[in-house]
Write a protein that binds this ligand. Structure first.
Ligand code: DX5
Ligand code: ZN
Length: 228
């Protein structure tokens, strides 16, 4: 698939989400929608009714990132609400294999997210059940946090697993992804880049998306895993 950019509307104007998505639609691949419940993370955002309506008006496919407790119960509803990709946190799931299979049955891409302190190796056998692995590069909950370099070896380990097993699995990074950090993520093995503040706090969000894409593509082309 190559490099994909998924701007996060967490940093956008919540009173005008349709317009905020439209701003980046010409240059982005997805729109990243952060759902927080004030239980799994100490912050609260939006839920099903907003996602449902956003799916109707958005020109970009919805990449829904669920930071909610009891996610086995709720994730399929987000698939039915019109998302194209639904990502649950491993740490919040009771039965991640069943949940990933259920999401695929509901016709969406199944994503699984790991917090910075959760290792990927114990879940190596689970990766074939997934369409995307999200490696959080900050503790989930808030936009505008500092990128955590300590996640880079995990990105590399995940890419090694994907290559070694010849899996068709996207590796997404989320948190502190910006001009200063995107190349390190791409070099390590990420191919889907979420950026909230780096896009929506920029004077020109379109130029910000284009800049991140260029940096990521160049870094991938020169990387240990992306070289032809
Ligand atoms: C944080 C969210 C992110 C957030 C990233 O928990 O999952 O998607 O929008 O924001 P930035 O890019 O500003 O770190
Ligand atoms: Zn997110």
């Amino acid at each position: 698939m190559g490099v994909q950019i998924s701007p996060s509307i967490l940093s956008a104007d919540y009173t005008d989400l349709a317009a905020e998505v439209a701003r980046v639609a010409p240059v982005a691949d997805w729109v990243h929608v952060d759902v927080m419940d004030n239980h799994f993370v100490p912050n609260l955002t939006i839920g099903l009714p907003v996602v449902e309506r956003l799916a109707e008006v958005s020109e970009l496919p919805l990449d829904v990132h669920l930071m909610i407790a009891d996610v086995d119960r709720w994730a399929p509803d987000y698939a039915d609400a019109g998302a194209r990709s639904v990502t649950f946190h491993l740490e919040a799931a009771t039965a991640p294999v069943r949940l990933a299979r259920t999401l695929r049955e509901h016709g969406v891409r199944a994503g699984m997210a790991l917090r910075p302190a959760t290792a990927v190796e114990p879940y190596a056998d689970l990766l074939a059940e997934l369409d995307m692995l999200l490696l959080m590069t900050v503790e989930p909950g808030f936009g505008g946090q500092k990128f955590l370099d300590l996640v880079l070896p995990k990105i590399r380990a995940a890419r090694e697993l994907v290559k070694g097993r010849d899996l068709d699995l996207w590796i997404q990074v989320d948190g502190g992804v910006a001009a200063e950090t995107v190349e390190r993520c791409a070099e390590a093995g990420a191919d889907v880049f979420v950026a909230g503040s780096a896009v929506y706090d920029a004077d020109d969000p379109v130029a910000a998306v284009e800049g991140l894409r260029q940096q990521a593509e160049a870094a991938t082309a020169a990387s240990w895993w992306g070289r032809p």
